[in-house]
Design a binder for this molecule. Sequence first.
Ligand SMILES: [Zn+2]
Length: 65
Amino acid sequence: MDIRVGDVLVMKKPHPCGSNQLNVLRIGMDFRLQCQGCGHEFMSPRLKIEKRVKKIIRDQETITP
Ligand SMILES: [Zn+2]
């Protein structure tokens, strides 16, 4: 899956705050993500994220993996 820094990930399951969109802050074995709803930042393994992504928003375009 092609995920880049600056992308917005639309997740299948929403965060407890209700938002299902995450900003991608850093890429690697683990991704650093920020919830758009509450601003919470966290690290999560790439594989786990890839399984949970529904859509990617990049430059106003929506990409469905
Ligand atoms: Zn949140």
